[in-house]
Design a protein around this ligand. Structure first.
Ligand SMILES: [Zn+2]
Length: 330
């Protein structure tokens, strides 16, 4: 995916917002003009006043010019007040005739004082994330499709722990903000770590935040291809940049990627970058803590664990239980 395509798409979305805001304002104005002839009359006067300002500016006598401008200002203010009275008396909000932009900083132009506005940066991150997630199985995993029944034969203490994890994940998703804490999920394979992280992704995406999720090995492979590939297509993508920028990164199956010095340096850049900027990441792993420390060294692993909310998953392989249940039903 070309970075410039992502940029162009983000700009196009913001343009659309601006057009929609202006169109809505025009529709509101037309509607009010038709409904209330007196409002139309006030508008005509306001228009006339703008014209007078031009004439007054040609007045060479400074004192008279100041006085005439002050008169115009008062007239405009009164007309504006009358217009708002008509609106409120008829049950419309006072700002019904204003243009309502989504972003008040750049008025949906994407730029403020010549530099890209925060809203444009957010949109770029969002488009990038959407493109990366296009192939994933997001729709299947949500909180409704997660069943605690599969954990029912666990010892009471472990079942309670799983119940708690489920509730924590749900609350996390509902209260998500770009300053939310990171989560470290560990436990054997097939215990629901991926399911719950994708369920969180679903809710967070719906709220309009940018989320990227994939397995550690797939993400590292992409970064590696971009770094070493000679094709222009790969070179213009910036997966690492997108992983650093997105509001929530879900880094699934940490520990399954190839253990090379390149991988280590990418992981260090990634985790360190996100932790330093206070950006939340959900990391899941099937490996035990000591194995992770052995592979990546204490430097990365300790910092990760210390800065995350830790969730230890219990149970026997849920996928196996689901499969058995399906067999029994047929
Ligand atoms: Zn903006």
């Amino acid at each position: 995916m070309y970075q410039r395509e992502i940029y162009a798409e983000a700009i196009a979305r913001i343009d659309k917002r601006r057009q929609l805001a202006r169109l809505t304002q025009e529709q509101h104005t037309d509607q009010i003009r038709q409904e209330f002839p007196e409002a139309a009359e006030i508008e005509r006067q306001l228009h006339q006043t703008c014209f007078s300002v031009l004439q007054v500016s040609r007045d060479t006598d400074e004192a008279s010019r100041k006085k005439r401008l002050e008169d115009i200002r008062k007239k405009t203010e009164t007309a504006d007040q009358m217009l708002r009275i008509i609106l409120t008396e008829n049950g419309y909000p006072t700002d019904y005739l204003d243009v309502k932009y989504t972003c008040g900083i750049c008025n949906d132009s994407g730029f403020s004082n010549g530099i890209p506005c925060e809203c444009l940066k957010r949109e770029i991150a969002k488009v990038g994330a959407e493109r990366m997630n296009a192939n994933a199985m997001l729709t299947l995993c949500n909180f409704e499709s997660f069943s605690l029944d599969y954990y029912a034969d666990l010892p009471a203490e472990q079942f309670t722990a799983m119940q708690k994890i489920f509730t924590q994940c749900k609350t996390y998703a509902e209260q998500f903000s770009p300053n939310s804490p990171s989560i470290f999920m560990s436990g054997r394979t097939g215990l629901g770590k991926t399911h719950l992280s994708l369920a969180i992704a679903n809710v967070v995406l719906e709220k309009g935040w940018s989320v990227i999720y994939d397995s550690a090995s797939a993400l590292i492979r992409k970064i590696e291809q971009e770094k070493f590939s000679r094709t222009p297509d790969a070179q213009t993508s910036d997966t690492l940049g997108m992983l650093l920028d997105c509001d929530l990164l879900i880094f699934d199956d940490f520990g399954t990627e190839f253990d090379t010095s390149f991988t280590k340096s990418v992981l260090y850049t990634l985790f360190n970058g996100r932790l330093s900027n206070g950006k939340p990441t959900i990391i899941s792993t099937n490996l035990e803590l000591k194995d992770l420390q052995e592979r990546y060294g204490d430097r990365i692993v300790s910092r990760l664990i210390a800065s995350c909310q830790n969730m230890l998953f219990y149970g026997s392989d849920i996928r196996f239980k689901k499969w058995k249940k399906q067999l029994n039903q047929t």
